[in-house]
Ligand binder design. Structure first.
Ligand SMILES: NC(=O)c1ccc[n+]([C@@H]2O[C@H](COP(=O)([O-])OP(=O)(O)OC[C@H]3O[C@@H](n4cnc5c(N)ncnc54)[C@H](OP(=O)(O)O)[C@@H]3O)[C@@H](O)[C@H]2O)c1
Length: 239
């Protein structure tokens, strides 16, 4: 039986893409899931699907920009904590899409911090817990148009590494850095030219989101004294 069995796992960004694929795989392996996102219809449909296959899941409408929403989400779980998601409206800096920059900072970076703020005291109290934060290969290889997005993802890696060092011998911290993954990610992009390029690359060689879900399950399934620091998963064809 998988060691995921019986674990309580909170997933943000669960309504789509990597979050949705992770929810389905972890439910199949026996996790009890608390699912958060803003799209309540999709959360309800996913929850129905998990329950119909014999799994265990509830959802809570969650905007990760709102610290109180994350408190409510974690309150429903009171046990283990999962992963945080993000958005990627990438564009050249010259276009000064400051609102997009703010969105990426609020969701990708502050959302992760709010998640830590709400889960860390619970993890400390119970004496166990596992943070799984989503970064990106963009945090490893900086390319044009991705400056701010990469900045938020580098920050997620830095904060996760600092958290790991401070976490002590009971809590685990994992960073997942996906390459091109076939999800709705491009929908968050506001520059139509960049969006079209990303969609073309996605159609050409992106990997399915359950590739990332399997990496997340691998990290969770290790024994409590084994902490998987970071997993980078790319499509084989990505340069
Ligand atoms: N796809 C890729 O190629 C790729 C590559 C590297 C890294 N990543 C990272 O992987 C993570 C997941 O992205 P994905 O590819 O699975 O994209 P996706 O299919 O677009 O899913 C994004 C998820 O984030 C949720 N979300 C967006 N804004 C939110 C907010 N304010 N509050 C709560 N939830 C919010 C969305 O749900 P609602 O809209 O319902 O709220 C959705 O469930 C992100 O951190 C992304 O940066 C993706």
């Amino acid at each position: 039986m998988s060691t995921v069995n019986g674990k309580v796992i909170v997933i943000t960004g669960a309504s789509s893409g990597i979050g949705e694929a992770s929810a389905l795989l972890l439910a199949e392996r026996g996790a009890k899931l608390v699912l958060g996102a803003r799209g309540t219809d999709r959360l309800q449909a996913l929850t129905d699907r998990i329950i119909a296959s014999g799994g265990d899941a509830v959802w809570v409408r969650t905007d990760v920009k709102q610290r109180g929403d994350l408190s409510q989400l974690v309150k429903r779980a009171c046990d283990r904590y999962g992963k945080l998601d993000g958005v990627g409206p990438i564009s050249p800096l010259d276009e000064l899409r400051v609102e997009d920059w703010e969105d990426m900072i609020d969701i990708n970076l502050k959302g992760v911090l709010y998640g830590i703020a709400v889960a860390l005291p619970i993890f400390r109290k119970q004496g166990f817990g596992h943070f799984i934060n989503t970064a990106s290969v963009a945090a490893h290889r900086i390319v044009p148009n991705m400056a701010v997005y990469a900045g938020t993802k580098i920050a997620v890696r830095a904060i996760s590494e600092g958290l790991r060092q401070e976490a002590g011998d009971k809590l685990r911290v994992t960073v997942i850095s996906p390459g091109f993954t076939r999800t709705n990610f491009a929908e968050s992009m506001t520059n139509q030219e960049v969006k079209a390029q990303i969609v073309t690359s996605m159609e050409k060689f992106a990997m399915p989101p359950d590739a990332i879900a399997r990496a997340i399950a691998f990290a969770i399934e290790q024994p409590a004294d084994v902490d998987v620091g970071e997993i980078i998963v790319r499509p084989t064809a990505q340069d």
